[in-house]
Structures are given as structure tokens and as C-alpha cells.
Design a protein around this ligand. Sequence first.
Ligand SMILES: *Cc1c(COP(=O)(O)O)cnc(C)c1O
Length: 222
Amino acid sequence: MSVNAIEERVARVLKSLPAHVQLVAAAKTRTPEEVQAAIRAGVKIIGYNYVQEAERMHEVVKETLQWHMIGHLQRNKAKKAVQLFDVIETIDSVRLAQAVDRHCAEAGKSMPVLVEINSGREANKTGVFPEAVFELVTQISGLANLKVQGLMTMGSFSMDPENSRPHFRATKKAFDELAAAAIPNVEMRYLSMGMSSSYQVAIEEGANIVRLGTHLFGERQY
Ligand SMILES: *Cc1c(COP(=O)(O)O)cnc(C)c1O
């Protein structure tokens, strides 16, 4: 897509989102020109799946932005991730949380994190099952340099967004239960659900962060 078309799409999406919903531009595979067009049109948060790709883009995109890690984070990349990102949306194990916490301590940084739920219970997906999230959040709530601020989920990869609805609903349920549990040092503020095909359903089910790639930038060419 042309940069003009990207600007138009982003502006249209931003206008259509309810005021309480934040847009993360999922920028994997996009060029600096494409990303900058999205920023010109009002994108404030950029999401990356890979540490290396975010690092390359950091060198060319100098605008003030929030950077979210939205892909699976390997523990050996935790140090770089702590340097590059403002929020890590994909914490899914105690060991990963501990690694991020340790690197935050070294860097003198405090990291807002979301816990990723494998709401579709698909074996090839990352994230914890909804019934395990309470234990994981409790375990990582004591880490001094992490601030648990909510949950993230992918939903279903099916083309029909209605197939994601039960997964989004299960994630919202876990979110509400965690909020009600009032675990010290845990704040249930953000619920990141929904991609291009499913974000409207995700918002209906309570998302206040949506992560859009294709809808803003067009189809990805791999
Ligand atoms: C790529 C990606 C998205 C956006 O996907 P689209 O279908 O292109 O909108 C959202 N979340 C994650 C974790 C992604 O990797």
C-alpha cells in the first residue's frame, strides 16, 4: 500500500475506535516509511514480535512512541527486550518473568507487563491456559521490577471472528477474577485482544488494547 493509503487507513481506524481503546500498530515486516506513515496519522504505540526487528526500527524511527513486545519472548533476549520495550505483553512463565525482572534491576528500570493467555488452548500457541493464570500472576507479583498490568491473548487464527469470541470471553473472565482478587502489586488495567480480523469482537468482549497490522498496512508480503 502507498504511504497515503496507510495514513488514511490509520486515521479512519483511530476515529472509529471507542475512546477507551488503545491502538497498537503491529509492524512486523513493515518498512520504516510505512511505519512513519502510521505515526504521522496518529499511531502512538508500535508492536513488534522480534527483538531484532524492533532494534532495527529503533535506529530509524526517532519519534516519541511506546514500544510493545507482542511476540513470544525468549529468555536469552530478555536483556535486549528490557532496553527496547516500554511494555512486554507476552509474559507466560515464571522463568521468563524472573529473567525480565533481573535485567530490569540491572538497568534500573521498572517494566509494565501483561500475561499472555492461550485462550484457544491450541498446542502450538504460547501463553498460559486460563486456569493457570492465577497461579502465574501470584508468583510473579512479588518481582520488584515488574508491574503486572493486565492480560493479552491472540484468540483463534480462524478467519471467522466469531470463533474467537469464546476465547476473548474466557480471557475477560480471568481478567475480572484477577481484578477481584486484588493481588498486591497487580493492577488489572489493560486487556489486549484482537487483531485485524477480530478486533471488533474483541472490543465487544472487553478489550481496551487492539493490535492491528493488516488492517492498517495491507496484506503482509513474506
Ligand atoms: C501480527 C500480529 C498482530 C496483527 O495481526 P494482523 O492480522 O495483521 O492484524 C497482532 N498480534 C500479534 C501478536 C501479531 O503477531
